[in-house]
Design a protein around this ligand. Structure first.
Ligand SMILES: NC(=O)c1ccc[n+]([C@@H]2O[C@H](COP(=O)([O-])OP(=O)(O)OC[C@H]3O[C@@H](n4cnc5c(N)ncnc54)[C@H](O)[C@@H]3O)[C@@H](O)[C@H]2O)c1
Length: 441
């Protein structure tokens, strides 16, 4: 007699299992489409009726997921979405991809996870696997989800149902690394939980990495993003160091990068954005504070990175000052407002803080971003203005915050207007053009 785990694995390998994805955002939608493309019947669960409507009509709203892929999966009857959480009992596998922002006090906000978990608890049945993918602090799966889903002992984890954590590694607008070729880490509450999770993701992802616990899987994700936060903080501090020494930080980093071992290039910038790098380290430091340990390096890095928008607005004031102009009444053109290049995501974008800081000093701030046609910030509506000679000529200073690839940087360079290039996109163009082509390139 096959165990519940064996029957579920058989159903998964046969693509007969129904897959549910809770939260169809930047992470959940590509995952849902990937499972549908692998032949599964996928049911998406959302709280946003606009997103459900768009999906049911075969439309995507995530830049990295083409409409055609959604339309094809919907037309094939393999993808649909609903607001009806009672239908969670219909699916065999459930991936939770809801937001994990910070609360007003800067502490983790796991309310979205708990609301999704409560919906699953109400309909949970034997033969289901539940995987938490939302980035969170170590212990969330075991301490919060397991007690809720065991439903007062009615079901036994690892026997009747299966529970695991598997971090999401989406990198929006990354041209190379997609869901199906980015190794996936999985860690279950029990060995059977891990086996079922491994079987599930092996259907869509080439490499699945098994770790010994949900805590290890949760911490793996936090290490990956904290590693970036700490190294970007070092690069940002180097920017300030170089300023004070009158040295070009980009030249220094470019030179250090030529060392073939022991150095990894990170670049300074206007600050961190998005829902990952500026947020995730706080999940780690908060958890460690509950264990009476202060993660000094992690917290210091977050402080240094959070200071960068203020540093950029001060440098902008310096550039105006060199022209004998006050910030008050000057026209500042901000180029790029998304949190990183070639995405339309403005969540926690440093550009928003730079705009706010300069506006507070009385500057007239305008922006150009080909991927963000309109912006609402602090109750104000802003629109992206077309980048042309007149717009640049009318600006007292141009501040490049996000280095999207589709922007005409030559127009900015030719204008002769003072430019604060926080991404060295103007510098980069010169170096590449002068590099001689050598044999075998
Ligand atoms: N965006 C990224 O680049 C990225 C990368 C790696 C990890 N992550 C992590 O993945 C998780 C999801 O992030 P995201 O960027 O996809 O967020 P998102 O805001 O784009 O999507 C989350 C979706 O969940 C929905 N939602 C909220 N509560 C819900 C509920 N109770 N039931 C169902 N749906 C609900 C929201 O309407 C939204 O559509 C977060 O933990 C984030 O840290 C994000």
């Amino acid at each position: 007699m096959a165990t519940v785990a064996e029957s579920l694995i058989k159903k998964i390998e046969g693509r007969e299992a129904r897959v549910g994805v809770v939260g169809l955002g930047y992470v959940g939608l590509p995952l849902a489409v990937e499972f549908a493309r692998a032949g599964f019947s996928v049911l998406g669960f959302e709280v946003s009726s606009e997103k459900v409507e768009a999906l049911v009509q075969g439309r995507s709203y995530v830049r990295d997921v083409p409409d055609e892929q959604v339309a094809a999966a919907v037309e094939a009857g393999r993808l649909t979405a609903t607001l009806d959480y009672d239908r969670l009992s219909e699916v065999d596998a459930i991936c939770i991809c809801v937001p994990t922002p910070l609360g007003k006090t800067g502490d983790p906000d796991v309310s979205f996870i708990m609301s999704a978990t409560e919906s699953i608890r109400r309909t949970i049945r034997q033969g289901q696997i539940i995987v938490l993918e939302s980035t969170t602090y170590p212990g969330t799966t075991r301490e919060l989800l397991l007690p809720a889903l065991s439903d007062a002992g009615r079901l036994t984890v690892g026997v009747d149902f299966f529970l695991a954590f598997s971090p999401e590694r989406v990198d929006p607008s990354n041209p190379v690394w997609k869901i199906n070729n980015t190794p996936k880490v999985v860690g279950g509450i029990t060995p059977a939980c891990t086996q079922v999770t491994e079987a599930l993701y092996s259907t869509i992802i080439g490499r699945v990495i098994v770790v010994s616990s949900t805590e290890s899987a949760e911490l793996t994700k936090l290490l990956e993003n904290t590693f970036r936060s700490v190294n970007i903080a070092l690069a940002n501090e180097m920017q300030v160091v170089c300023d004070k020494l009158g040295v070009d930080v980009w030249e220094v980093i470019g030179a250090a990068e030529t060392k073939p071992f022991g150095f990894m290039k990170f670049t300074p910038g206007p600050g961190l954005g998005g829902h990952c790098i500026p947020v995730d380290p706080h999940y780690l430091s908060w958890k460690m504070r509950t264990l009476d340990y202060k993660t000094r390096l992690v917290e210091l890095a977050s402080e240094i990175n959070a200071e960068m928008p203020r540093y950029v607005s001060a440098k902008t004031a310096d550039l105006l000052n060199e022209q004998g102009k006050p910030v008050k009444g000057s026209t500042v053109l901000v180029v790029g407002v998304a949190y990183k290049r070639d995405t339309d995501d403005t969540r926690e974008s440093p550009a928003l803080d730079v705009i706010q800081l300069l506006a507070e000093k009385g500057a007239e701030v305008r922006y150009h971003d080909p991927l963000v046609p309109a912006l609402r910030h602090e109750g104000k509506d802003l629109e992206s203005l077309p980048l042309d000679d007149r717009l640049v000529a009318e600006s007292d200073v141009v501040v490049i915050v996000t280095d999207h690839s589709g922007i005409d940087y030559d127009l900015i360079r030719r204008s002769g207007r003072p430019v604060l290039d926080t991404r060295n996109v103007l510098g980069r163009a010169v170096r590449e053009a002068t590099t001689p082509v050598t044999a075998g390139d």
